[in-house]
Write a protein that binds this ligand. Structure first.
Ligand SMILES: [Zn+2]
Length: 447
């Protein structure tokens, strides 16, 4: 039995159903589960002094392409729209292999962890040079984050009218076979699971209708979740109308891609009927505000989605389009963008933090055990030191999003300390960064 006590937090933002906020309070953890949140708690195990800290549930990232941390700020891709951006980067990604996928995942996961993230999904949809989803699952195991890996895919290359080059697409039968292999090998549907697998064709413009439909059938058969990109920008809508003769919402509905076991990334361009469809079916959305800004895609109607009852979580998206992987900064951006669109009362800091925690947990199907600090929930906890310069003079814990900090002091996942006093307990960060930079340099030279 392992015990942990977080003692004397300045404020605990529980994100429980009553949205309780406790001052000068403690959290007691046993065997990876929260067994108490309150005042004057005692424990026989390790104690973490949280004086001067705001404590929140670990943040949840619902959309990422971890492999892209090796292609940040690539010249030629910096100022392009979505389709042009992809066409610049595909040939670079085609030179990756297992080590590139593993190392960039490790860096991306570490970066997320430092920004308060305890659970993340990843969308890997290309497998160059013998890389497999196993490489990213191994990276998450090393870093120590709760991981929802999704088996992405692309099957329509340039010669078939798709966007990616032919050498990056796979045969559809092989894709489905690998989906089965991965679910059977890694998917854990038990409580507290550290690894789950989802199925995730890349987007309607890189796979066939058949593969979308077959993947949905397979996911239902296996009891795993479905994920893809949808309605990201105007080009995306135009492609859907021209190729499928309908809007993306209709396309998703026709192929079985709605339900509480489905979440779609972006959804910047959902119209009112599509928002109603998502609300009715409890289809989730991964909102990626920085990526949407970076690619000029637009402002997702998050206020309307939330008001209608659509489950919304946050995603940093891949580091080729953000280029940062800082989840708490993403929460701040969510709040700011809704205010740009609809005024200063459109979204409060606390609501953005709620989307980043319990919202994300719900989208990933973990709302019953993650995303809140309450008894019986998994001990996924972010501890933020608010005694520094960013917070000096702040009157309210909402300063976490309005002011900072943007890095955690400590991070706990399933009761295990992953970051202590700003340092990783699970990996050698300098060595990981050095390896990453060496790989990026090698790729740049090879072009
Ligand atoms: Zn994406």
């Amino acid at each position: 039995m392992s015990e942990l006590l977080i003692r004397g937090a300045h404020t605990i933002l529980t994100m429980n159903d009553a949205r309780q906020e406790l001052a000068d309070a403690d959290i007691r953890v046993r065997d990876g589960v929260i067994v108490g949140v309150g005042h004057g708690l005692e424990s026989t195990g390790t104690t973490i002094n949280a004086a001067g800290c705001v404590v929140t549930p670990g943040l949840v990232n619902t959309h990422h392409h971890l492999y892209q941390t090796l292609t940040r700020a690539v010249p030629g891709g910096q100022d392009a729209l979505l389709f042009g951006w992809l066409q610049t980067l595909y040939p670079i990604w085609a030179r990756f292999g297992p080590e590139e996928i593993f190392t960039s995942a490790k860096v991306g996961l570490a970066e997320l962890a430092l920004s308060g993230c305890t659970m993340t999904s990843d969308h890997l949809y290309l497998y160059p040079g013998g890389a497999t989803l196993d490489d990213t699952i191994a990276a998450a195991g090393e870093v120590g984050l709760r991981f929802h890996a999704t088996r992405g895919s692309m099957s329509i290359g340039e010669s078939g009218g798709g966007l990616p080059p032919d050498d990056l697409v796979e045969d559809e039968r092989a894709i489905l076979d690998d989906c089965i292999r991965l679910v059977d090998r890694f998917h854990d549907d038990s409580a507290g699971a550290m690894v789950r697998v989802g199925l995730a064709p890349c987007s309607p413009f890189s796979v066939s209708r058949d593969l979308m439909r077959e993947t949905a059938l397979l996911a239902r058969d296996k009891g795993v979740m479905l994920h893809t990109h949808l309605a990201e920008n105007d080009e995306d809508i135009a492609y859907s109308l021209e190729t499928f003769g309908c809007r993306p919402g209709q396309y998703a509905e026709d192929l079985g891609w709605v339900g509480d076991d489905v979440w779609h990334a972006h959804c910047v361009k959902l119209d009112g009927r599509e928002i109603d469809l998502f609300a009715r079916t409890k289809t989730g959305v991964a909102h990626c505000p920085c990526s949407n800004c970076r690619l000029g895609s637009g402002i997702a109607p998050v206020r309307a989605m939330r008001d209608a009852g659509v489950p919304v979580g946050l995603g940093v998206d891949g580091s080729a389009s953000n280029d940062a992987g800082n989840l708490v900064a993403e929460a701040r951006q969510t709040m700011l963008l809704q205010r740009v669109a609809r005024g200063a009362d459109a979204m409060a800091a606390r609501e953005a933090l709620e989307i980043a925690t319990r919202g994300g947990a719900q989208v990933l199907g973990r709302g019953g055990e993650c995303g809140q600090l309450r008894e019986g929930y998994r001990a996924d906890i972010a501890i933020w030191d608010v005694s520094g310069i960013e917070s000096a003079g702040s009157w309210d814990p909402a300063a976490l999003l309005l002011a900072g900090p943007t890095r955690v002091r400590d991070l706990i996942v399933e009761g295990r300390v992953v970051i202590r006093d700003g340092q990783f307990e699970t990996l050698d960060l300098s060595a990981t960064i050095a390896r990453q930079n060496a790989l990026a340099g090698k790729l740049a030279e090879s072009l």
